[in-house]
Write a protein that binds this ligand. Structure first.
Ligand SMILES: [Zn+2]
Length: 283
């Protein structure tokens, strides 16, 4: 990268001129930022692929699990997830979960004077270096089939599009199985539309508690967590949060932590029928 000539500090001798110069510079900077922000939605529209549009023939697997999936030896993702083998290729998930959908979480904030601070999908940060400011973009994506499988991924890069692709790819690799049921005493319907019992997840100071809700209540959760729960396949959940919930990255991670606790908690087999417990997809 060529070194940019450093802009000299405005002289103190002529204050009026200097102030004007600074204002003009700031306005130019704002213009650039505005362009970046406005350019985002158009890219978003174009880059959303239709579900199930993956071309199997063009894919060359690099791992043994990938080869087995391509030849059709493995037809169920439960075989991979139950064995605990890490998934290292995103196409494996594309093939085994054909109805997979992706969504992006609003983890960033737009800058600027007028109406600044609106939520954005890109978390923009800057590093100061001798050559100038080096921006980098962080994106958080969630993938799920709305039927028992969900994953969260974080991607970071020098530009918006590669970091978003990275996040979507990561979210597919992190797919895991959830447990559903109905633990609501108001409902008692024994169908898997909510969480089977209260769970709590934590990341940093952000804590989220997911509680069973009766049918028809909807997702009473913070909007970003609602995206995760909807893609996992929950329909009715009550929630309560504690700590710094402004930090969306931590809150989303805490939500996924809570969902993972659904599977690690031991449940007596006598309670499974009462709760209408369902592990993974509906049969
Ligand atoms: Zn119910």
């Amino acid at each position: 990268m060529p070194k940019k000539p450093e802009t000299p500090e405005p002289e103190v001798k002529a204050p009026a001129v200097a102030v004007e110069k600074v204002v003009a510079e700031e306005e130019a900077k704002l213009e650039v930022e505005k362009d970046v922000i406005e350019a985002v939605p158009a890219e978003e529209e174009a880059a959303k692929p239709a579900p199930g549009s993956f071309d199997i023939a063009a894919w060359t697997p690099k791992t043994s699990i990938g080869a087995k999936v391509k030849t059709g030896e493995i037809k169920d993702i439960d075989i991979i997830l139950d064995a605990g083998t890490p998934i290292l290729e995103a196409p494996i998930v594309d093939i085994l979960l054909p109805n997979l959908e992706s969504d992006l979480l609003m983890i960033g904030q737009s800058k600027g004077k007028f109406g600044g601070g609106a939520r954005r999908i890109f978390r923009q940060t800057q590093k100061k270096s001798p050559e100038g400011n080096k921006p980098s973009f962080g994106v958080m994506a969630v993938a799920g089939n709305r039927n028992g499988y969900v994953g969260l991924g974080y991607g970071k890069g020098k530009d918006t599009v590669p970091s978003r692709e990275k996040a979507v790819r990561q979210s597919k690799l992190n797919v895991f199985k959830i447990k559903r049921g109905c633990g609501s005493w108001q409902c008692n319907c024994r169908t898997p539309h909510s969480v089977p019992f209260t769970v709590e997840g934590k990341c940093g100071s952000a804590i989220i508690r997911l509680m069973p809700a009766p049918k028809g209540k909807g997702l009473v959760v913070e909007p970003n967590c609602a995206k995760i729960l909807a893609l996992a396949g929950f329909k009715d959940v009550w929630s309560k949060t504690f700590g710094q919930t402004r930090n969306t990255v931590n809150l989303a991670t805490a939500c996924v932590d809570a969902l993972k606790k659904l599977s690690t908690t031991k449940i007596p087999h006598t309670a499974a029928e009462v709760l209408g417990l369902c592990d993974g997809k509906l049969k």
